[in-house]
Design a protein around this ligand. Structure first.
Ligand SMILES: Nc1ncnc2c1ncn2[C@@H]1O[C@H](COP(=O)(O)OP(=O)(O)OP(=O)(O)O)[C@@H](O)[C@H]1O
Ligand SMILES: C[C@H](N)[C@H](N)CCCCCC(=O)O
Ligand SMILES: [Mg+2]
Length: 232
């Protein structure tokens, strides 16, 4: 085990589909390059498919594979629902209620076998999970600081500033943000980056380049090596 300041990080984003999974895998890789055993978790996933009779989610499978610790799927992803809709709605359709306790228990078991844990949220920061439970409750539940993935496209300044404001209001700590260049057609990238650097107190941990096709393992390692693992 390490004596890191935090047991891991919680990865949130400025929206759904802006690169949380891509960045979570990069963060796991970056920690592994420091010689650490890294667990991965997707506590709640909506949008699943049946594979060999088991309902699974692609994000959770990617994270589990990147972690390489062979931890049980049910621990990596305790809540998975088939429809790709807001999680509290998907849970309702399945006749379930998403509760903190199973998430906390799975987290403890995963963390017991690792030096660090990378936990990916679902959708953006304020996505509801149940009547009285939201994504924004998870970092405090799991005692993790937050990394914000900013999908660099038009609208991201507003989303990033609102998200940081809200994270700080909940009392969670933002260790940094990642600028994810997921839109090659957006031509104000540098000006946006400068605006974010000027307005956000937390440091930019990395700029993730656009990749036209999935990273090769070598390219992923190169990009991951450039991430500032500031919370260790
Ligand atoms: N830097 C990038 N370059 C190119 N494509 C990217 C980049 N980042 C993300 N993508 C692509 O954008 C899509 C969304 O990324 P990803 O699945 O990581 O988002 P997410 O925020 O995790 O989404 P969700 O809310 O569903 O969990 C994927 O197809 C991914 O490959
Ligand atoms: C299906 C999608 N990829 C995510 N799993 C769920 C995103 C929920 C977003 C909810 C919302 O903010 O409206
Ligand atoms: Mg994802």
């Amino acid at each position: 085990m390490t004596d890191a300041a935090y047991p891991g990080i919680f990865v949130t984003g400025t929206d759904t589909e802006i690169g949380k999974t891509v960045c979570s895998c990069l963060l796991i890789d970056a920690l592994q390059q420091r010689g650490l055993r890294v667990a991965a978790m997707k506590p709640v996933a909506s949008g699943g498919q049946y594979r060999q009779g088991q309902l699974v989610n692609d994000d959770a499978l990617q994270l589990q594979q990147q972690s390489g610790l062979n931890q049980a799927y049910e621990l990596v992803n305790p809540y998975v629902f088939e429809p790709p809709v807001a999680p509290h709605l998907a849970a309702r359709q399945a006749g379930e209620v998403i509760r903190p306790e199973p998430i906390q228990q799975a987290f403890s078991q995963l963390k017991a076998e690792a030096d660090q844990i990378v936990v990916e949220g679902v959708g953006g920061w304020r996505v509801p999970l149940a009547e009285d439970f939201a994504v924004s409750d998870l970092p405090r539940l799991l005692n993790l600081p937050v990394v914000l993935v900013i999908g660099m496209r038009l609208g991201c300044l507003n989303h990033a500033l609102l998200t940081i404001e809200s994270i700080e209001q909940t009392g969670s700590h933002v260790v940094g943000w990642m600028a994810n260049y997921l839109d090659p057609a957006f031509d104000a990238q540098q000006a946006n980056l400068q605006t974010l650097e000027y307005r956000l107190e937390a440091p930019c941990l990395a700029q993730i380049p656009y990749h036209g096709e999935p990273f090769t393992p070598l390219r992923q390692q190169e990009v991951a090596a450039g991430i500032n693992i500031s919370w260790l």
